[in-house]
Design a protein around this ligand. Structure first.
Ligand code: ZN
Ligand code: ZN
Length: 214
């Protein structure tokens, strides 16, 4: 069984996830949103105290709040940063905009490898994450599905009682709704959704009660 550890970081209350295999202690970090030094040490401390080896740093998309900790994590642990190529323009403009947005301490980093729809990310004994492309909130937004444990790390696409914002540059409301219909609502009801903000939910709960889906 994978261990799923989540942290809530920065003023954006962004969810950072560490997925790890207790047997091999291999792990992936998804969306390191740690901004303050204390938050960065909290994330690094979890990895170090559990003696995890982080193979990959995966990004659901290139927005500021999801990439705050990239440079720190890469320096500390040396893993590669993965992003969908359609989000590199967003990722690349974060350093220029972060001071303007009130985050002067943001440290730029570089993407090392690209994610594509259909990729399967394997780590640990036999854990697999399927990559799906879910544009709308961001053009290169992806989600990571673990079918064995029936969950999806969904980023800012579908929230408990909400959907991702589409009032930013490069967003598309029709694309967002199509992504949710195609890649979230086709999953069984019992799949857990771990979102980029807020509490986890399930596909069934959102199918039945999310006001934005009706
Ligand atoms: Zn976002
Ligand atoms: Zn976000």
């Amino acid at each position: 069984m994978l261990t799923i550890k989540s942290f809530v970081f920065s003023d954006f209350k962004e969810n950072t996830y560490v997925l790890s295999d207790p047997q091999t202690r291999q792990a992936v970090v998804i969306d390191p949103g740690c901004y303050t030094q204390a938050e960065k040490e909290q994330l690094a401390g979890y990895i170090e105290s559990n003696e995890l080896t982080v193979n990959k740093l995966l990004l659901t998309h290139g927005h500021l709040d999801h990439v705050f900790g990239c440079a720190f994590m890469k320096r500390r642990f040396g893993m590669d940063i993965y992003l969908h190529p359609l989000d590199t323009p967003l990722f690349d403009e974060v350093p220029a905009r972060s001071a303007h947005w009130g985050f002067p301490a943001f440290e730029p980093s570089a993407v090392d490898a690209y994610l594509a729809a259909g990729d399967v990310i394997g780590f640990g004994t036999n854990h697999q994450l399927e990559v799906v492309h879910v544009p709308g909130h961001a053009p290169g937004h992806v989600a990571f599905i673990c079918h064995a444990q029936r969950f999806i790390i969904g980023g800012d696409v579908l929230f408990r009682g909400g959907v991702g914002r589409t009032d930013f540059p490069r967003c598309s409301q029709p694309d967002l709704m199509k992504s949710i219909a195609t890649h979230f609502m086709t999953l069984p009801d019992d799949y857990t959704v771990y979102s980029g903000h807020g509490q986890p939910t399930t596909i069934g709960r959102e199918r039945n009660s999310n006001p934005f889906l009706h």
